[in-house]
Design a protein around this ligand. Structure first.
Ligand SMILES: Nc1ncnc2c1ncn2[C@@H]1O[C@H](COP(=O)(O)OP(=O)(O)O)[C@@H](O)[C@H]1O
Ligand SMILES: [Mg+2]
Length: 290
């Protein structure tokens, strides 16, 4: 069996369904509504990207999917079973670095299986496979501070994937990286995804990132957030960065997504929100450029 096949055979792809989910914070009279009547499916074995304006409630939704918090009402299920709390079947990769500074790249990647006392020949093979896939084979003995920002994120991807979660959940994992490093991350990350077809849920505010990565795109409203539109990104894989510029289908989807996001921003703009005004500015520039 090839290495790729052996990693694929260990994967169980889960499906998450959010059904009429509401989330508010605080006592009733001061309550802040962040998620309103939100329903969507994170389909099995697909890469679903959620895109929405900053502050709309994406990370809040992730905390609910992960089971760190409970919805005020509505249900979230994994493979039909209600999500009761955090568990290994749903792994969340946050934007903040989570590598242990006192461990080498290799030890960081093996941390999860070791902590559970589950290091087998397969685990070590998988560590080797992932180390190569994220291009860190020559950096296995380095410590996080000796790695660039992009390398650290790649090590984190490997460290998460070795645990074989049914659903990988990523909250703006590449935010803050410079443009070229970010594009490189898209290539590494999508190659890993294409290799194993695990269920992935990826949250971003970056339209190009969304189009490059997604099988399906969920476009969110402003706060209190709900799904405004679901777009299939039917652009063949493996994708090339040039597709973002040259591929007509990519551009068509990008324009549709931007017009929905723009419409959403205009609505809150008319309600006088400063954040929405900035958002309209940023996205109008992009539409002009596209
Ligand atoms: N524990 C909390 N209590 C009160 N408000 C919260 C809490 N968590 C998040 N919020 C509010 O929810 C809104 C959405 O936040 P977040 O989910 O982080 O948005 P996003 O990830 O889309 O940028 C913010 O306005 C934030 O103030
Ligand atoms: Mg967030």
């Amino acid at each position: 069996m090839s290495e790729a096949n052996s990693i694929r055979s260990g994967i169980k792809a889960g499906e998450i369904v959010a059904d009429h989910v509401n989330k508010s914070y605080g006592a009733v009279q001061f309550s802040k509504e962040v998620v309103r009547d939100c329903s969507f499916t994170i389909e099995r074995g697909k890469l679903t990207v959620m895109i929405g304006p900053s502050g709309c409630g994406k990370s809040t939704l992730i905390r609910l999917l992960a089971g760190f918090e409970k919805p005020t009402s509505g249900t979230i299920t994994l493979n039909g079973e209600p999500v009761a709390g955090p568990a290994r079947d749903r792994l969340v990769l946050f934007q903040e670095t989570a590598l242990f500074p006192w461990m080498t790249t290799y030890d960081n990647i093996l941390y999860g299986p070791r902590a559970r006392g589950e290091v087998t020949k397969e685990t070590l093979d998988l560590a080797e496979f992932l180390l190569n896939k994220v291009g860190l084979q020559d950096f296995r003995k380095k410590y996080p501070t000796q790695l660039s920002g992009g390398m650290q994120r790649r090590a984190e991807l490997a460290r998460a994937m070795i645990n074989n979660p049914e659903v990988m959940i990523l909250d703006e994992p590449f935010r803050g990286l410079d443009a070229m490093t970010k594009e490189l991350m898209w290539e590494y990350y999508s190659a890993l995804y294409e290799e194993n077809r695990r269920t992935n849920f990826f949250v971003t505010t970056d339209i190009d990132e969304a189009i490059f990565l997604a099988d399906r795109m969920l476009i969110m409203s402003n706060i209190p957030t709900q799904v405004r539109a679901v777009l299939d990104v039917d652009v063949p894989r493996p994708r090339r960065l040039l597709d973002l510029v040259e591929n007509d289908r990519s551009n068509e989807i990008k324009m549709r997504a931007l017009s929905i996001l723009h419409e959403e921003a205009m609505k809150s703009f008319s309600r006088g929100s400063k954040a929405a005004a900035d958002f309209v500015d940023a996205y109008s520039k992009r539409i002009g450029k596209a």
